[in-house]
Design a protein around this ligand. Structure first.
Ligand SMILES: Cc1cc2nc3c(=O)[nH]c(=O)nc-3n(C[C@H](O)[C@H](O)[C@H](O)COP(=O)(O)O)c2cc1C
Length: 195
């Protein structure tokens, strides 16, 4: 492939499109669009979210010690985008978008009802990265859309419908076709080596 240099920017994709749900000390819910999100440890199960230091979401997490990471589906894409356009310091994004909130298992954790996956976290620690704070949350529970599972417990990706965000292109996309089975598609190469 012939390449062009884009310089030291943050163009990278895919990124998960998520909503971070938090509460302030008065119990008021805030929702923020975030795509700099990823699983960073299995033992213990940990998710990391990179937040600019001035986000209301960061203040809420440090105040209450809990937060949730919620998938953005096509059904709530526009509402979720609105949660990336204005700060909770200036607007009540729950009222603005009409997104419904349900409680999690940890006290005070708000979950987005319409999200097909809610990752409920306890704040663990933070790493300073210039203007950003990489916030680590230990996963306490995952709430997965029940109707996405068949009788064998196999999840249906089309029901989960997680949108991806293309950083740099500034677009949300749905997933396309399945391309292979992870931890299996590569086995053919290993067999070849052994032969
Ligand atoms: C697609 C998209 C992805 C975003 N990802 C992040 C992110 O990962 N971290 C961040 O700090 N801000 C991110 N933002 C910006 C915040 O969502 C935005 O500044 C928001 O108003 C902050 O809300 P808050 O102050 O209520 O926490 C993103 C915005 C959009 C539209």
């Amino acid at each position: 492939l012939k390449k062009r240099l884009l310089g030291p920017c943050v163009t990278f994709f895919p990124q998960p499109a998520t909503l971070i749900a938090t509460r302030d000390n008065d119990g008021k819910v805030n929702l923020m669009m975030a795509s700099w999100v990823g699983i960073v440890s299995k033992t213990p199960p940990t998710i990391a979210v990179s937040l600019h230091h001035n986000r209301k979401t960061l203040a809420n997490i440090l105040d209450t010690g809990v937060f949730s990471v919620n998938t953005v589906t096509s059904q709530i894409a526009a509402a979720a985008d609105a949660c990336g356009l204005v700060s909770g310091k200036r607007a009540d994004k729950r009222l603005l978008t009409g997104l419904k909130i349900v409680p999690g298992v940890l006290e005070g954790t708000p979950l987005v009802a319409a999200s097909t996956l809610n990752v409920e976290c306890r704040y663990q620690r933070l790493v300073e990265l210039g203007d950003y704070r990489l916030v680590m949350g230990e996963i306490a529970e995952i709430h997965a859309c029940d109707r996405a599972f068949d009788d064998q417990g196999q999840g249906n990706v089309q029901v989960f419908d997680p949108l991806v965000y293309l950083g740099g292109l500034r677009e949300y996309w749905s997933l396309g076709e399945k391309q292979g089975d992870a931890y299996r598609a590569g086995l053919a190469f290993l067999d070849q080596e052994e032969a």
